[in-house]
Design a protein around this ligand. Sequence first.
Ligand SMILES: [Zn+2]
Length: 388
Amino acid sequence: MIKPFVVFNQDQNNFSITYYVNDQKKQDYLNSLWKTFNIYDPALAQNIQILCRPTNPNMEVTVEHYLPPGAPAGKYRVETFVPSKHSNSRKAIFTITQNVKDAGGSKNEDYAMVVVDLSELHDVWYSLGEYYFDPAGGREIGRVRQYDLSLEDPPMESSYGPVRWIPLFGQGKYHRYDAPVGSKQEREAPFPTGKFIYGRYPIWVGNWFDANPFLSWYIYGYHTGADLNLPGSSAADKGKEIYAIGDGKVTYAGRAGTWGNIIVIAHPEAKVTLPNGTTRKQAVYSRYGHVDNHILVKTGQEVQRGQLLGFIGLAANAVSGWHLHFDVCYTDLLAKRPAHWPNLDAIRAIRYSNPERDSRSHSSAQLNIMKEVISNYVDPLKFIRDNH
Ligand SMILES: [Zn+2]
């Protein structure tokens, strides 16, 4: 496995800022416009420094991140980190240098230009595209240059890096996980999209959004996973394909009470963040709920990442609308009890015996349900983001 190459904004060897002004006072002024702050990135499990500045119509500043020395030739996906604050320009301009030609002693760069609307992106690694780089062709190969050129009036703000290059060659040597829905292209794109719909529901891939994010409280208790939907009518996702998130073995496929049909897959290894914040590599189980009757896999079958498992159906007696319930369990609970749902008795008591919402028994029942969820399930969005 070849690890991604990351260039942080403190990396003197592979990061540079250029001011295109001769006047020192002007340069000092341009320099004073930077905002710097740190953000914790769960994908890298560390704090990263973010640089932001107002957009400018004059192209007086450029920022460059260079692909570090030692990177092998091959295809890479180039990504920049976009924070949720101080970054709302709709026209952030990047160039990615793919080739350098020496034409009669002067260098010509062959680059791709990408314009990004930063205003919709929130704390996410955003793809600037996939490119073939052969670093033997020159130091500039793979370089990401960002300009402050923008005609936005009044000025907005743009974020600048860090930048990472993810090798797309030599794959399959490690375990990778994708979303269970969406087209192949959408599932293989950076995850999540960093966008929200209806103001609050995270978009996973394409237009798929989670209507009940992990640990949201609703009539069936604290949610153990995600309810993946397409925008529009409740039937917008009816019959849509469900895919295995990673390589593994089916431990259950079939009928499961009020769920309708479910599929559970055991995956041999993935990065898991435990409730106490520690991370480790271990086996996990993924569960796909409300699958229609045309199930394409059997209990005991080996499956591969991206394999078609079945199609979105309804819960038994159609107690809920069309959607895929998807969750990830880090204990062997779903191997033993594939249809598990936390503390059903407590939920029924809360729903039917009508205790006061602020009573002590109500809150202690809620607390027990919460404990049962977090001691078995992880946030599936975070899980896929950390293993994508
Ligand atoms: Zn659900």
